[in-house]
Every structure is written in C-alpha cells, then in structure tokens.
Design a protein around this ligand. Structure first.
Ligand SMILES: NC(=O)c1ccc[n+]([C@@H]2O[C@H](COP(=O)([O-])OP(=O)(O)OC[C@H]3O[C@@H](n4cnc5c(N)ncnc54)[C@H](O)[C@@H]3O)[C@@H](O)[C@H]2O)c1
Length: 271
C-alpha cells in the first residue's frame, strides 16, 4: 500500500522513541495519527507536535496489556474515522539485565505482558477491521533480540518476548496471505536506537511488582553495534510498508548477527 492522506495510523508506545518517530513519519505523509501510550504528559506533547504538522491527530491513554482497553480503542478509532489502515504494535519495555535464572517472576511477567501480549492484543483488536476492509498493514516491533540472542545482552524474558513477536508476525502473515492478501505484515527488528527504553521502569505499574536493580547500559551498544536514530528507523518502516517487506532490520550488523544464527541452525539441521 502507498501511505497517503486520508489513511489512519495507530501507533502504540507513541509518546517516545521509535513510536514517536513513526507517528511523525506518518503525519508527514498526511495520515491521521492515533498516538497510544500510558505516559500522559509526553503523549499530550506528541499530539501537539502532530497538530503542528497540520494533520488530524489524537492521543489515547491505553495500556496495551489490557485486552478490553485495546479492543475499545480499535472500536473508537473506527467509529471516529470510519477506517484504520496502519497498526503499529510498538510499545515495549526492558527490565534489569541479569542472568537468565536471576530474572524475577515480576520482571518476566511484565516484559511478556507488554512486549508480547500487547502485540497480540493489538492484532486481536485491529486486524478484523483490516480484513473486513481488504487492505491495510500491521507493523509489530520486535528487536535484533527477536532474531538472535545478543550475548551479554537482553534478558531471557526480553529475548523470549521478541522471538515470540517474530513468530506471531510470521503466523499472522501466513494467515493473511490466504484470507486477506492485501493486508501486509512487517516485523521491525531494530538494533540499538537512542530512546528512553533504558528508563522503561518509569512506566512500571504497581501490580507488576518490585524490580530490584536498575537497567545497565544498552547491551547492543556495549557490543559495538551500529546505533540508528529513531527517525531513520521510521523511514525504513514506511518504505517497508509500501514495498510490502516482511522484515526490517536497521543496520548491516543486525543482519549479520541474524545470518550467523541461521547458519548455526542450518548446520544443526543438516549436520
Ligand atoms: N531502543 C532500542 O534500542 C530498541 C531496540 C530494539 C527494539 N526496541 C523496541 O522498540 C519499541 C519501542 O521502544 P523505544 O526504544 O522507542 O523505547 P521508549 O521507552 O523510548 O518508548 C516506548 C514507549 O512505550 C510506552 N509504553 C510502555 N509500556 C506501555 C504499555 N503497557 N502500554 C502502552 N504504552 C506503553 C512508553 O511509555 C514509551 O512511550 C519497544 O518494543 C522496544 O522493545 C527498541
């Protein structure tokens, strides 16, 4: 699909980082943007920025962990605009980087609830409208950690959540290829992107339980991977939507890490 005025894009995690850049990229193309986040102040700020670009935009304070709230959001979007075209399931969190057997149950649950169930909630709520319209595009944000474990990098829960987002996206794409071939699916697997992800604890809800330690340096950066600005990532995503690409990686070293894992896998399968 070509991104153009008149279309409606929904972006979760839109108040910061990659989500904010996606919202701006869609707005620059004239799309109406529904920015979704749990952080009210930054959400209001981004809606003001989008209005400044002269496009219709609204902010919705919705926790992607809540399936009923995400379903109500989808209904509200379609009621307000009569359509939805692009859905970016992008909200995500990280927790303290500790060894696999040291990740607390609370951290594991919160990570999976936001990063994985948040994506599934978005798919359940929005995809029926895309299928009914016979057009549209879903973008799910995974990570380089969804393609290969990053040594000394993300936690077991984060890696598991992001592998699951890749698997979920591939499953959805397979089904849509049969049932609604004009609806595309892209999974975004960024390497390091400067954002507020290391301060993810700012959104940790009380019910997620206490987390003991702070998050360390962004692991992939520690490994010397290429950092790509969120604005550039958003442009890659827009190009991928228009070209119907299934996968976006942000730099050559992400692709190389993924290739290395596939080679290891093939060696096991063929050996
Ligand atoms: N920054 C990176 O290096 C990097 C690398 C790979 C993947 N990612 C992924 O990119 C996505 C965006 O992260 P970012 O780097 O822009 O981080 P960020 O912290 O700057 O932005 C994430 C946004 O998600 C929102 N959010 C958190 N929990 C939420 C919830 N339950 N419901 C709704 N919104 C919620 C936050 O308030 C925040 O505005 C995440 O899925 C992250 O895992 C980031």
């Amino acid at each position: 699909m070509i991104l153009e005025p008149g279309q409606v894009a929904v972006v979760t995690g839109a108040a910061s980082g990659i989500g904010r850049a996606l919202a701006h990229a869609f707005a620059r193309r004239g799309l109406t943007v529904v920015a979704v986040d749990v952080e009210e102040g930054p959400l209001n700020a981004i809606v003001a920025e989008l209005h400044g670009l002269g496009v219709p935009a609204q902010g919705q304070r919705v926790d992607v962990r809540d399936p009923e709230a995400v379903t109500a959001l989808a209904e509200a979007v379609v009621t307000a605009y009569g359509r939805v075209d692009v859905v970016c399931n992008n909200a995500g969190v990280v927790t303290p980087r500790v060894l696999s057997w040291e990740v607390s149950a609370a951290d594991a649950r919160w990570t999976l609830e936001v990063n994985l169930l948040g994506v599934l909630n978005g798919i359940r709520a929005f995809v029926p409208y895309l299928v009914a319209a016979g057009r549209g595009h879903v973008v799910n944000t995974a990570s380089v950690a969804g393609l290969t474990p990053v040594p000394g990098g993300s936690t077991i829960a984060y890696t598991a959540s992001k592998y699951a987002v890749v698997g979920a996206s591939e499953t959805l794409a397979l089904e849509l290829a049969h049932l609604a071939p004009e609806v595309g699916v892209t999974v975004l697997c960024p390497g390091p992107v400067p954002s507020r992800i290391l301060e993810a604890g700012r959104n940790r809800p009380a019910e997620a339980g206490a987390s003991s330690v702070g998050v360390g340096a962004l692991p992939a950066v520690a490994l010397g991977m290429t950092q790509v600005p969120a604005e550039q990532v958003a442009e890659l995503v827009c190009a991928a939507i228009e070209a119907r690409r299934a996968l976006v990686v942000t730099a050559a070293d992400v692709a190389e890490l993924a290739r290395a894992r596939v080679r290891r896998l093939l060696a096991e399968l063929d050996g």
